[in-house]
Design a protein around this ligand. Structure first.
Ligand SMILES: [Mg+2]
Length: 268
């Protein structure tokens, strides 16, 4: 699907979403939150560097699974587990709509998913086709809700993602955001050789505070590219919440002041 057709679909989407403009009273917190999204969303959609990072991630993954298959040509129960949003499906046009209309993330998410027009994240399709060729079992492990199952499969199947069927799509259970229990159940049946995602929670149990999150990553330095493939996503995820980024309550000043502390300490 072309970018023009996605834009057309976004126009249709708007007719069924609550439209809020500045003149009709968008809350200040919503506007400020969307202001913070602009650069991240433009980067995700337009920058060549974003695409290069995606190719780098998936190329690294492909090298890894080819090495594993070469070492273990007869192994039958090997699997790769990938997240969906901002890992294999690109929702940046929806993020742009949030900015344009000053609406919250939840307000039109279901409608956007039901359009089933998200494009593939660069490199994801080639990686997963190669994984399937090499006889790895693929699981799409997402926090999308069950009522979006059919439209999610439709989007993945329309794009030609391999093994995209009910058996290989694992969605959120109740209000449980953590993927740990679902990973554990998969690990009972398969040897998971690679995880791909855009959020720490796609790999292991996430933590709230940004300093703890940093230490989790540093402790697993060797696992990145060997076991975990990370896709870039500055638009959303657990990282903003870990900094307390929340509309007009975001402590921007204290975050910036902390970063410039070394400079102020060295001033005469
Ligand atoms: Mg994701």
């Amino acid at each position: 699907m072309s970018r023009a057709l996605i834009a057309f679909c976004l126009g249709i989407l708007l007719t069924s979403c609550p439209r809020v403009s500045e003149n009709s009273g968008t809350p200040a917190s919503s506007r400020q939150n969307n202001d913070a999204l602009i650069l991240a969303t433009l980067y995700q959609y337009y920058s060549a560097e974003y695409k290069a990072l995606c190719f780098q991630a998936w190329n690294s993954g492909e090298n890894r699974i080819e090495a594993i298959r070469s070492e273990r040509p007869m192994a039958k129960n090997l699997a790769v587990v990938v997240d969906i949003d901002e890992t294999v499906l690109d929702n940046s046009p929806y993020q742009a709509l949030l900015i344009q209309e000053g609406i919250s993330y939840d307000s039109c998410w279901d409608t956007w998913c039901k359009l089933a027009v998200a494009r593939p994240v660069p490199g994801s399709l080639d990686f997963l086709r190669r994984a399937s060729e090499l006889e790895f079992t693929i699981f799409y492990l997402s926090n999308r809700k069950e009522h979006l199952r059919d439209v999610t499969l439709q989007n993945l199947q329309n794009l030609g993602f391999p093994q995209a069927n009910n058996q290989h799509l694992i969605l959120r259970e109740g209000k449980q955001n953590s993927k740990e229990e679902r990973r554990r159940r998969l690990q009972e049946q398969y040897e998971i050789v690679l995880y791909a995602g855009d959020n720490l929670g796609d790999f292991f149990e996430d933590a709230g505070n940004y300093a703890v999150r940093d230490s989790l990553v540093i402790a697993k330095t060797q696992d990145f590219s060997d076991l975990y493939i990370v896709l870039p996503n500055a638009m959303y995820g657990n990282w903003p919440a870990s900094l307390g980024i929340e509309g007009d309550k975001t402590p921007y000043d204290s975050l910036i002041n902390l970063m410039t502390l070394p400079f102020h300490k060295t001033k005469p």
